[in-house]
Design a protein around this ligand. Structure first.
Ligand code: DLL
Length: 435
């Protein structure tokens, strides 16, 4: 595929150019935050760091971390660095517990954020000839507004569908010849399943690419979606606190997501000790936003576990790449002492020929953890006899044990009995937290 870039001068700049830009922007940003955000100024003062101590990215480690708890404590205006009169937008996290995170944007912030999303769309092959169906939620969630803005910048004909109303999604997709689909991977899988039920094969729709993110998904799920929809599926990552989608995005190589390093510095730390880890090690991803005016976070701990890699990429971009998040340092399940990531369970299910429609339930009975995984049977498997089902469950439990080192109780359930999601899928129910 011919490589195209939205902003080639920076996306393909030399590492030295990018480093020099980061150094210069960091010094300016630290000063901006120190002068305008009393909450972070206090944190710096407590650590004994002054803006003058930060002369380049090599000094980044001297700054204190900021966490989601700080954001909650400072809610709603405590981390704002610009007068409200200069802000034009808020977005918020989809979190259902505790205080929501509210992020503020100036018009300049929105502009740069949309550039980042435009880079992702162009990396997925998008041009002004494309029809881009944005089926992420619109509203407080950043998915819809971010990709919508990026799609406009690229000049695509934008279908601002938002999530939900699957019938209408399919009608627009087929009637208006959508070529790019943006939504969560779980919703993409559901749209694919619904199209198949309507008798559409991958060759009957003009879709060519998907830009999927906002939740973890596996390589196996990528292959499934690519096959069902007849597209190339690209990953996109981001978080509300740091802007929204487009903090990093995948290119045609599909071996990790390029981080927009002119706007964000990424670090990997040991989540226990806070120590900065060398490139190539797994740890918690930490971001410093270099250009945000209204809500600039320095060393924000994402809780996402990742690996960074600066190997030369065949796409020509020079930005460092992050792996798919391998889990979250806070969402990792510890079941009977074993660390379990939902993505490992998904990998086994898809390898064994099941759909990504599953639910993990963990509880504690008589001081022992229980571990149950519910998985939907496909229509063809459903006609199997009870004996076949029992055998299937035993085979799956064994495959899980090989992958995880611990065997869940498997429950194969009837097709379409696990609720579908239109946004981020809820796949883990940890009842131990309720006791
Ligand atoms: O999910 C922003 C977004 C919208 C990203 C659309 C991509 C596409 P939040 O709701 O604040 O923002 O959730 C951020 O979602 O810390 C990750 O744990 C997870 N996440 C986001 N993208 C990915 C991805 C949006 N590609 C949190 N793979 C992040 C895995 C992801 N997890």
């Amino acid at each position: 595929m011919e490589q195209r870039y939205y902003q080639p001068e920076i996306e393909c700049a030399s590492p030295e150019t990018i480093k020099a830009l980061q150094d210069e922007r960091l010094v300016k940003q630290v000063k901006h935050v120190y002068e305008n955000v009393p909450y972070y100024r206090d944190m710096m003062d407590k650590k004994g760091v002054k803006p003058e101590d930060i002369k380049s990215t090599a000094d980044l480690h001297k700054l204190p971390f900021i966490t989601k708890d700080d954001l909650r404590e400072a809610y709603p205006y405590g981390l704002l660095a610009k007068p409200l009169s200069e802000c034009v937008r808020i977005q918020s996290t989809s979190g259902t517990t505790g205080r929501r995170v509210v992020a503020f944007y100036t018009q300049h912030d929105i502009d740069l954020w949309e550039d980042c999303c435009a880079r992702a769309i162009v990396a997925a092959g998008g041009t002004n000839e494309d029809v881009c169906q944005v089926s992420y939620g619109y509203g407080l969630f950043t998915g819809g507004p971010g990709l919508n803005g990026g799609s406009h910048k690229v000049g695509c004909l934008t279908l601002p569908m938002s999530s939900g109303n699957t019938e209408r999604q399919l009608q627009f997709m087929t009637d208006l010849n959508a070529t790019i689909l943006c939504c969560t991977p779980s919703y993409a899988a559901y749209l694919g399943e619904s199209l198949r039920e309507k008798g559409y094969g991958p060759d009957d729709i003009p879709l060519k690419a998907g830009i999927f993110g906002a939740e973890p998904w596996t390589e196996e799920m990528r292959h499934d979606i690519e096959k069902t929809l007849g597209i190339k599926a690209y990953d996109i990552y981001g978080l509300t606190e740091i802007s929204g989608p487009g903090v990093s995005f995948e290119c045609s190589e599909q071996t990790g997501m390029h981080i927009n390093e002119d706007h964000f510095i990424a670090e990997i730390i040991n989540p226990e000790t806070g120590e900065v880890l060398p490139e190539g090690e797994i740890g918690e991803l930490v971001f410093t936003s270099l250009t945000k005016e209204a809500f600039p976070l320095l060393r924000y701990r994402t809780r996402d576990l990742c690996v960074l890699n600066r190997k030369k990429c065949s796409c020509g971009r020079t930005f460092i790449k992050m792996s798919k998040p391998l889990g979250r340092s806070d969402d990792m399940l510890i079941i009977r002492g074993v660390n379990v990531f939902p993505s490992q369970i998904e990998t086994v299910l898809l390898k064994e020929g099941y759909s990504p429609n599953y639910r993990i339930e963990v509880d504690r009975v008589n001081n022992t953890d229980t571990f149950d995984v519910y998985v939907e049977l496909s229509q063809e498997m459903f006609s199997d006899t009870v004996k076949d089902i029992t055998e299937r469950e035993a085979k799956l439990a064994a495959a899980m044990r090989t992958m995880l080192g611990i065997g869940p109780k498997m429950h194969l359930v009837a097709p379409k009995t696990i609720a579908r999601s239109e946004g981020k899928a809820v796949r883990v129910i940890d009842k131990r937290k309720l006791h």
